[in-house]
Design a protein around this ligand. Structure first.
Ligand code: NDP
Ligand code: GDR
Length: 341
């Protein structure tokens, strides 16, 4: 029997890699997309086949995590075997500007989806995209037993989503799990997250299109892994014998400055000549250091990432340099960034 998956957030970085993975594994993939006045499916266009054609395996449905009734209708219509809740207002800095919206989608959105599963009477496995931001101010290394101490409206909203997922597991015997994922990046990373902002700027500076990139706190420590490896971890979590929560991380310990050095050096540039400070990119409360201990995932799921942060930086710089050569012709190039990038 063909397995059926529903992915919320399918148009995002992780959603697109997960859709690719599941299609490769023979799944029928259903994705929730938001109606927008412009197309927002550039990351998954290469996977799409006209549903009128025989053999189409990916189907997109309009919906929004703020619309609970629609989620119930879709759940009843699709009857998925696996649900991956990846949708969220996922930008930490933006969550200070839009705290209520972030709470509504990133937090309450999760319970709307869990309720939709319950109300539609669907027997499925549920994955919640939890995050290392839950640990916030708790010092590294962080694992499944580290106390949570979120430092942003985003982190607090994800904390709610984490606990309702665990609660539905205990209250209704659902196979509902949290993947507590540390930062993971790729050439498909949103352009306003720090790694992609840097690698995109490196490409543009190397091509003479820009001279400077404006940055915030360079001392923050992160554990940056490679997104395609992490979506494989999500899938493994839903194939496990028992529902449980897992940290996924590389264990690497790098500052934003380290990432800058690696990325600029890859293009033969001196980062100090091109990086300037702008306090706009500081956060009212910062998460100083996130370094994950993913030994439980390795022990129980056999999951171990291969790509470490320096190699990731090189992959992303190379991809952005390549994308710039085809300026205007590929989805990767987006010259019209808003001013909060
Ligand atoms: P992205 O920001 O790239 O993608 C977010 C997705 O959510 C997009 O498809 C977006 O749709 C969708 N979305 C946003 N709001 C709504 C809404 N109200 N209703 C329906 N869909 C919505 O995130 P990533 O792919 O990087 O991350 C995936 C998930 O994992 C997120 O929940 C994130 O918080 C979490 N996470 C990410 C980590 C990372 O390092 N990448 C680490 C840990 C957790 P649209 O395209 O229309 O905007
Ligand atoms: P983060 O990612 O907040 O860890 O959340 P982001 O890339 O935005 O920031 C990482 C660190 O870099 C510092 N920083 C800057 N950040 C941005 N965006 N822009 C800048 O100019 C800049 N300068 C310095 C930040 O202060 C921060 O310390 C990501 C998201 O994907 C979340 O959804 C996810 O849950 C976590 O990772 C794990």
């Amino acid at each position: 029997m063909t397995k059926r998956a529903l992915i919320t957030g399918i148009t995002g970085q992780d959603g697109s890699y997960l859709a690719e993975l599941l299609l490769r594994k023979g799944y029928e993939v259903h994705g929730l997309i938001r109606r927008a006045s412009t197309f927002n499916t550039h990351r998954i266009d290469h996977l799409y086949a006209d549903p009128h054609e025989s053999g189409a395996k990916m189907f997109l449905h309009y919906g929004d995590l703020s619309d609970g009734a629609r989620l119930v209708t879709l759940m009843a219509k699709i009857h998925p075997d696996e649900v991956y809740n990846l949708a969220a207002q996922s930008h930490v800095r933006v969550s200070f500007d839009e705290p209520e919206h972030t709470g509504d989608t990133t937090g309450i959105g999760a319970i709307r989806l869990l309720e939709a599963v319950r109300l539609a009477g669907v027997d499925c496995r549920y994955y919640q995209a939890s995050t290392s931001e839950l640990f916030g101010a708790s010092p590294p290394p962080q694992n499944e037993d580290t106390p949570f101490y979120p430092r942003s409206p985003y982190g607090a909203a994800k904390l709610y989503a984490y606990w309702v997922t665990k609660n539905y597991r205990e209250a209704y015997d659902m196979f509902a799990v949290n993947g507590i994922l540390f930062n993971h990046e790729s050439p498909r990373r949103g352009e306003t997250f720090v790694t992609r902002k840097i690698t995109r700027a490196v490409a543009r500076i190397a091509a003479g299109k820009e001279k400077y990139v404006y940055m915030g706190n360079l001392d923050a420590i992160r554990d940056w892994g490679y997104a395609p490896e992490y979506v494989e971890g999500m899938w493994r979590m839903l194939q496990a014998d028992e529902p449980d929560d897992f940290v996924m991380a590389t264990g690497g310990n790098f500052t934003v400055r380290d990432f800058l050095v690696e990325a600029f050096t890859r293009a033969g540039l001196d980062w100090e000549e091109h990086v300037r400070f702008d306090e706009r990119y500081l956060r009212p409360t910062e998460v100083d250091a996130l370094v994950g201990d993913a030994s439980k995932a390795e022990r129980i799921l056999g999951w171990k990432p291969k790509v470490q942060t320096p190699e990731l930086a090189r992959i992303m710089v190379d991809a952005d340099i390549e994308a710039l050569k085809h300026e205007g012709g590929t989805w990767i190039d987006r010259p019209d960034l808003p001013d909060w990038k």
